[in-house]
Design a protein around this ligand. Structure first.
Ligand SMILES: Nc1ncnc2c1ncn2[C@@H]1O[C@H](COP(=O)(O)OP(=O)(O)OP(=O)(O)O)[C@@H](O)[C@H]1O
Length: 290
């Protein structure tokens, strides 16, 4: 089973957002990283069929004979139907997505409510839920009936740290027999769970590969330097891309992204995925890495 995109292009008027996207994905979790406005949502909307006026070709898995659900999608701004309870909402969506019996739909709903910790909220109306609870309903509907392809646009926005870890654990398990596409600019969402990570910039993927591949590609571009105090650090850092600042004994240390040694005494260190992001977005996006 695979999902293939061949030379996918999309522009809004004169704004060319995607300019030649070529990928072939098989089962597993794939991370799509990029700064605000690079086109992650546009790409997901094209794959899920919300946007139809694009160029190029998309080949979805052929599951017609088995009557399986092909796509599940969690949009960036998910609201559902405010006056329905969670149970009513999922039953309604399930009956649109498949012609399964009510018993089978309810069994799947029970499973998803349990997975996303929504069991106790089952009879609450969507309008009565908190932002994080609504997000979990969004996840439950995306995973409903175990679609072959699941697209999650910024799925962890609004989740508390416990739910975030639970979510990561869940999709790690699910990714074995599904194709899961996860877009985010929260780098830690993708760490240790992605089969491959794609970094989108200027309409195409500027980097792609396993976490290890990407880290390897950025080797030699991350440095650590020590400073006497806060003022010293501040004075020397004006033109640098700083990945992290931290205290070490009495001194201040900084992690710096640079293709050449930023200071004679700086030491080269192994990049993290955060550093990889900054290598690609150092001028545009210094403040968006969390
Ligand atoms: N309906 C639209 N009409 C015109 N321009 C649009 C439309 N939707 C998106 N854009 C533009 O396309 C570009 C890509 O937007 P998109 O929402 O795909 O980015 P993104 O990577 O998902 O951003 P973010 O991380 O902020 O959600 C942006 O410049 C945006 O302004």
């Amino acid at each position: 089973m695979s999902l293939q995109l061949i030379n996918v292009r999309k522009s809004y008027g004169k704004n060319q957002v995607l300019n030649g996207i070529d990928i072939k994905l098989t089962n597993g979790i794939y991370g799509f990283l990029g700064a605000n406005g690079v086109g992650k949502t546009t790409l997901f909307k094209i794959i899920s069929g919300f946007i139809t006026d694009y160029q190029g070709k998309i080949i979805l898995p052929d599951v017609n004979e088995k009557k399986e659900v092909v796509l599940g999608f969690l949009p960036q701004s998910f609201t559902g139907y405010p006056d329905m309870t969670i149970q009513q909402f999922l039953l309604y969506l399930g009956s649109i997505k498949s012609n399964m019996s009510k018993d089978k739909l309810n069994k799947d709903i029970d499973e998803k409510l349990d997975l996303f910790n929504l069991e106790e909220l089952r009879h609450k109306k969507l309008k009565e839920l908190s932002g994080g609870q609504i997000r979990r309903v969004g996840l439950a509907q995306a995973f409903q009936l175990n679609p072959k392809i699941i697209m999650l646009d910024e799925p962890t926005t609004g989740l508390d740290p416990t739910e975030r870890i639970k979510f990561k654990n869940y999709i790690t398990g699910a990714g074995h027999d599904q194709i899961i596409l996860l877009s985010t600019h929260i780098v830690s969402d993708l760490e240790s769970i992605s089969k491959e990570i794609f970094i989108l910039k200027d309409g195409h993927f500027v980097m792609s590969g396993t976490e290890k591949d990407l880290i390897g590609e950025c080797s030699g571009q991350v440095w650590e330097a020590e400073f006497k105090n806060e003022l010293d650090l501040h004075n020397q850092m004006t033109d640098q891309t700083v990945s992290m600042i931290y205290d070490s004994e009495e001194k201040k240390k900084a992690r710096i992204i640079s293709s050449v040694p930023p200071f004679p005494e700086a030491i080269q260190v192994t990049p993290t995925l955060n550093d990889v992001y900054l290598v690609n977005f150092k001028k545009e996006e210094r403040s968006s890495v969390r």
